[in-house]
Design a protein around this ligand. Sequence first.
Ligand code: FEO
Length: 389
Amino acid sequence: MGAQKIKEGIYWVGVIDWNLRSFHGYSTESGTTYNAYLIVDEKITLIDNVKEEFTNEMLKKISSIVDISKIDIIISNHSEADHSGSLKKIMEIAKNATVYASVSGVKILQAMYGSLDVIPVKTNDEISIGKRTLKFFQAPMVHWPDNMVTYVKEDKILFSNDIFGQHYATSKILDVDNELDVILYEAKKYYANIVLPYTLQASKIAEVILTLDFDMIATSHGVVWTKNIKDVVELYKRIIANEKKEKAVIVYDTMWHSTEKIAKAISEGFIKNNIEVKLFNINVTEASNILTEIIDAKYLGVGSPTQNNQMLPPIAAFLCYLESMHPKGLTYIAFGSYGWSGQSIGLVAEKLVNLGYKELLPQIKVTYVPNEELLQKITNQIVENTNKD
Ligand code: FEO
């Protein structure tokens, strides 16, 4: 797939990573794209670049439009290696190019790639590239300290880097050529697993950039937003506002199906009260997919049997991931079966309390195998405690 014109004089010169299945712990079943953009003006400008192993693919696209050695300006909106991996190679070819990054970006690029000549820019700084002016806005911690976005008012285009991105490989670079439900799901998953811990910072930059006049958001991953900008902006607003649905996510591991039976009894209680349920055996569904469901849920159940004096390792790993992403404002249930000591349930509850979650019910601890009567009692307890009548 060659370069794609997205506006007059502006081209997508990114690459598609069809086979990516993990992005630092985030499962990427849909692959991803690393988007870079070329602006052909009096000064030829490259916005971001791509993961190192895709460098030649990107260079081929650029050279189908301009002589790479003629690039005058390189903007690094974000120094993470998926957007800066080609920088050194480009600088070797475009020897006269000037590189711009945020103040933190300069430091990180130099830490990652050795001594590089990079000029720092900050919010509201502008650079004229001919008919166009690039304006910068810092977006610290969305996703690293150095992130920034670049705005071109003459073209009404916002180069947003990770913000509004999706790990989604597609040969159709514009939103309108993709299924809206699919790209919004991927944008939600991206937020849940990349942006979520930095929601405060995301809300601050959203306030600033949403006052700008643009009709295109050129992200660094997935599709370029055009006709569906409103949809992805609304999605971000809902997540930032921590809007919750009547929904319960139940995550468990099980040895001999006892904890699974409890998980199902809990689920039944929610279902009886018309509360949507998502039930996950942690060994079957990858944690980043579960996080995507948790961010708009009211309730979270986590269950593990006791192995010796601990919870099962897959649940421990899930709780570690949950802690790092830290979705807010959940009501929890800790549950599990045990034989003789039963510490796992208390350990799960302790983690959930430390995340600031409210308890829905006292810990549900069952010795060996729950009988039907006990399972019914658990279902009834959920019904009683979530009944709004
Ligand atoms: Fe797509 Fe934070 O890099």
